[in-house]
Design a protein around this ligand. Structure first.
Ligand code: NAI
Length: 699
């Protein structure tokens, strides 16, 4: 039973028991209704207590029912709420640990609410592109006030019960129960004390007013509108709360329902729900059981204190894990440590980090020039120069000094991890941990699975990623792994667009309007155009016939590497990141077109976006088919967390699914006919072709 019923001393107790967070699935909803009815029919029962077993009162909707028919099966949450609210015996919610979404809406229908200290309260629906659809937008403002309720509903953020309880005049909770006290006993005592009450209090009967409603909602609309950008849900949340202040309760509920249903059909909500499941799926590795014993990681070593080594170290220091960082020269070591300090100091200055926390973190960091200091680390991450010879030296040394059973990781972004593993006598312990720059900020981690990487190594690294607040995705050993292998095709396509007549600023603007954090040319300037140059030089040897625009090479020949040299596709003022158009670059591109005999044409923003996004999609389909990514949603995670793809579009694969794979293929066929593009480039990957032909989607 996912809702247990028992009677104790005249009091019926209904305990939600649907682990892990007592989601309100069909069986649980049915159980609650049956429990309430049984209690109402039992003359010996004077009052009802509803509580949750285990780690929550209720986390809200049951995620296993998401987007399934069961979510709507009667009794739905509205039905449960009505039964509770209309009960003619007092219903007391005994709330602890977590009360969220539908769980809070259910509690708001109870006549009384007791809350244990430390409980986390939230209406997080907006994070899935929705609004609380079971009365939350109508009842919450009635108990905590319009402004506080709007803040909670629009942000979806969690608020501690104590904070809500401390607001003057609040009617959300009747009592705060000390963490040491027995919540259920207290709730039963409370239920007995109100058993005689005939006119039971209902939140729906409370007034809902704001003294300056017009002005307040006007202001809120501007603020929320600016914050929400491309997301419809936050403004709809506002509309629903405003309705609570203007309409009678039942009319308000109806309005909420209408807004909720409209949001459910938006692509933005579908994208956010896709992301919710994608994140959960990403941590699972198909052939690695979830109960695989993990290796203990108490101490970490980092080799190389450059751009990446410093950022990587900070992740562990932030999580309270000691790090020993190794360099070859004192000077480089000092520079690396100084950068870490500078980053932390900037956070202290901004008030994001307390001075004592900063000192605590720095105290966990040990600079070193000797491998002897790494003997007992449990994990070592190499972040030295991107040259196989240097990697060989480092891994040979690591193999000889690091204790057996430790994990040896490389942060390489392009080199063959299997070859790196072969430099050791323990390739099963070698794995890729590909962080993204700046490594202390970017949430993505590609965990690169070598041919011989042991399952427990993978499981340990995936768990560790969570601990250091990264979103990890498993990638196979392929050139560029998932993210960079795709970006190479995207950059090639951006080059073709330049050749044909678009300017870097038009392309960047079109892509940014689509929602990317940054267009391809600004991104190149940020990452360093020399990186792509090096890759192209390598490709010229490997695939001499591969077509690409030479404009980026010409740019690099001028030393315009990007922000680090103050000049790339754009100019940059010292210390600033604002791109300034440079006429010389435009002339250079123009000259290149003339030399290649191309008459520039006007290209629409739509074409730009489609060519760039579909170039990602096609390469991703190859990656998926070749088995270098486990699932399409992992690829979306890589692009959302590592490459600034707009969240509200759910990643390139989700976008392609929404666009329709048949339409994607048709569009690609059209691009293939363009003489200035590359017909080979637009050959749909076999998987894409097949799915499109069968009317299916990427999974
Ligand atoms: P970097 O040049 O900033 O830092 C490399 C550091 O390693 C230097 O401080 C150097 O003194 C040190 N080093 C070189 N040989 C060493 C050795 N034998 N022992 C100890 N230290 C040694 O380079 P960056 O950008 O930090 O890159 C490091 C690795 O991370 C490379 O494999 C790179 O491909 C990868 N990577 C870089 C990204 C980026 O955006 N910069 C992103 C993801 C991965």
């Amino acid at each position: 039973m996912t809702a247990e019923y028992k009677v104790h001393d005249d009091i019926a107790i209904i305990t939600l028991n649907n682990p892990p967070v007592n989601g309100l699935g069909f069986a649980t909803r049915k159980g609650i209704v049956e429990g309430v009815e049984q209690a109402l029919n039992d003359a010996n029962v004077k009052a009802i207590v509803i509580t949750g077993a285990g780690k929550a009162f209720s986390g809200g909707a049951d995620i296993t029912e998401f987007r399934k028919e069961a979510a709507f099966r009667e009794p739905n949450l509205h039905g449960v709420i009505q039964v509770i609210e209309n009960a003619n015996k007092p219903v007391v919610a005994a709330i602890h640990s977590v009360v969220m979404g539908g769980g809070l809406e259910l509690a708001l229908a109870c006549h009384y609410r007791l809350v244990a200290a430390g409980t986390k309260v939230a209406l997080p629906e907006v994070k899935l592109g929705l609004l609380p659809g079971a009365g939350g937008t109508q009842r919450l403002p009635r108990v905590i006030g319009v402004e506080a309720a709007l803040n909670m509903i629009v942000s979806g953020e969690t608020v501690p019960a104590e904070l809500l309880m401390s607001a003057p005049g609040q009617k959300l909770f009747d009592e705060l129960v000390d963490a040491d006290d027995d919540l259920l006993q207290t709730a039963m005592g409370f239920a007995k004390s109100v058993a005689h009450v005939k006119d039971l209090p209902k939140v729906r009967n409370l007034p809902c007013k704001h003294p300056q409603a017009e002005a307040y909602f006007g202001f809120a609309r501007t603020t929320v509108g600016a914050m929400a950008k491309n997301l419809p849900a936050p403004l709809k949340c506002l509309e629903a709360v405003e309705a609570a202040t203007k309409l009678k309760f039942d009319a308000g509920l109806e309005k909420e329902r209408e807004l909720f249903i409209n949001l459910m059909w938006t692509p933005e909500s579908r994208a956010l729900q896709h992301l919710f499941f994608a994140e959960r799926a990403a941590s699972k590795i198909d052939d690695v059981p979830s109960d695989t014993p993990l290796r203990t990681i108490k101490k970490v070593g980092v080799i190389g204190a450059g751009t990446m080594g410093g950022g990587i170290s900070m992740n562990f220091l932030n999580a309270g894990i000691p790090v020993t960082i190794l360099e070859t020269k004192q000077e480089a070591l000092d520079r690396g440590i100084a950068t870490i300090r500078k980053n932390y100091e900037a956070q202290v200055k901004k008030g994001k980090l307390k001075q004592d926390k900063y000192e605590e973190r720095m105290a966990l960091l040990t600079p070193s020039l000797s491998y002897d200091d790494l003997k007992d680390v449990d994990l070592v991450i190499e972040a030295v120069f991107e040259e196989m010879g240097v990697k060989e030296q480092v891994f040979t040394k690591l193999d000889s000094v690091i204790k057996q059973g430790a994990i040896l990781a490389s942060n390489t972004s392009t080199l063959d991890l299997n070859q790196i593993a072969s430099f050791t006598k323990r390739p099963q312990d070698v794995v890729g941990m590909h962080f993204f720059s700046p490594a202390n900020v970017m949430k993505l981690l590609e965990v690169v699975r070598g041919e011989k990487t042991a399952k427990d190594v993978l499981a340990t690294v995936m768990a560790l990623a969570k601990k250091i607040k990264k979103v990890a995705v498993v990638a196979g050993v392929t050139d560029g792994f998932i993210g960079n292998r795709m970006i190479e095709q995207y950059s090639r396509q951006a080059g073709f667009l330049l050749d044909e007549g678009a300017s870097p600023q038009q392309i960047d603007k079109a892509v940014e309007k689509f929602g990317f954090a940054m267009g391809p040319f600004r991104m190149g300037d940020l990452a360093g155009n020399d990186i792509g140059w090096a890759i192209r030089k390598r490709r010229a040897v490997e695939q001499p016939d591969l077509r690409y625009s030479k404009t980026a090479d010409l740019l690099c020949e001028k030393g315009r590497y990007g922000q680090k040299t103050g000049a790339g596709w754009y100019d940059y003022e010292p210390g600033k990141r604002e791109p300034i158009v440079n006429q010389e670059v435009l002339d250079m591109i123009d000259q290149y077109r003339k030399d290649a005999g191309i008459t520039p044409r006007k290209i629409s923003d739509d074409e730009i976006v489609q060519r760039l996004v579909f170039s990602l999609v096609n390469e991703a389909a190859h990656i998926l088919e070749e088995g270098f990514a486990q699932r399409a949603s992992d690829i979306d995670i890589v692009y959302l967390y590592g490459y600034g793809f707009p969240f509200y579009r759910g990643g390139p694969m989700n976008y392609a699914n929404e666009f329709g794979l048949f339409n994607v293929v048709e569009t690609m066929k059209r691009f293939a006919k363009n003489p200035h593009d590359d017909a080979d480039f637009w050959q749909p990957a076999p998987l894409l072709k097949q799915l499109a032909a069968e009317g299916k989607q990427f999974q």
